[in-house]
Design a protein around this ligand. Sequence first.
Ligand code: HEC
Ligand code: HEC
Length: 299
Amino acid sequence: MTSFTDGIWNMVIFVGTVGGIIVLYVFVKNYSAGRPAGEGVQSMGHKWDGDLEELNNPLPRWWLNMFYITMIWGVIYLLLYPGVGTHPMLLGWSQVKQYDEQMAAAEERYGPIFEQFMNEDIAVVARSSDALKIGRRLFVNYCAGCHGSDAGGNPGFPNLRDNDWLHGGTPEAIKTTIMDGRNGVMPNWGEAVGEEGVKNLTQYVLSLNGRDFDGAAASAGEKTFNALCTSCHGKDGAGNPQLGGPDLTNNIWLYGGSPKSIAASIANGRKGEMPPHADFLGEAKSHLLAAYVFSLSKR
Ligand code: HEC
Ligand code: HEC
């Protein structure tokens, strides 16, 4: 059990909080000790305009009582809840404890439901509207920050509804992605191929996507592409889910499809990181989330 004065900072807060109330009390007490209003009020010795005088009248009773009530309220509050440093006080309340209790209650309530879905195939779970409702809620809580609340993606964070996959779209691949995380490593080629090389490669990549391109530059780029890029992006740029190399022919872009951002990807490289969730969410929730994500791309 921590004491009130463990550590310098606790001590400072203890002295500040408790000392503050005592000083306030003394101050208010002192000011209420004037003579009752009316009889022989003392002058403070200040006079203006001949007859305007400052008198030492006591504060009105009701006003003082408000101060006392606030002080008593403060003391009661500080006795019950942590307010003087990190001491847990009488109720032993803490944010962490409250969170743990709520999590335990939720686990007791939802645990068996998650377990039940975990024993079914992801593709089967993906057809249960009850499971998808829970999956959607989990997704909004844990995934929407990066992938968007409709899973439509953000620059650098893939769209999960479009059936275009960096790491594979089978139920198992999706579950592995969620549990173990993924790293997309696109090396930077700016130095190796030079400015001209980046420009040519960009034109070739544009040509793969049915976009406007410069023919001469693109055919120069094609040679470099076949030498340097197909190991990760697949033959003809069709993608390689083993290495997370995106399909560069479907005009779907992780980092935006303007010639400028394509050139930036090639020159500077990219590093998309999907964090692992196994420890944090556990397998049952990951299973349900995999079913939810799988269902999105099958509509
Ligand atoms: C911190 C941001 C972040 C969070 C949170 C996050 N992701 Fe991701 N996720 C990414 C990034 C970045 C990638 C792309 C990795 C890459 O570039 O290879 C990714 C990739 C994926 C993929 C693979 C997509 C593909 O095309 O193969 C799936 C599936 C996925 N995330 C699902 C989820 C789910 C479900 C959650 C919630 C449990 C989640 N993600 C939470 C950042 C995040
Ligand atoms: C070591 C494997 C590897 C090699 C080699 C590689 N890439 Fe990549 N590339 C990736 C990965 C992985 C990504 C996705 C990055 C991410 O997930 O953040 C990517 C992304 C890209 C993108 C962005 C795609 C988008 O959707 O925004 C372009 C463009 C690209 N690469 C072009 C090339 C070109 C051109 C070459 C050859 C000079 C090349 N890459 C070589 C792995 C590779």
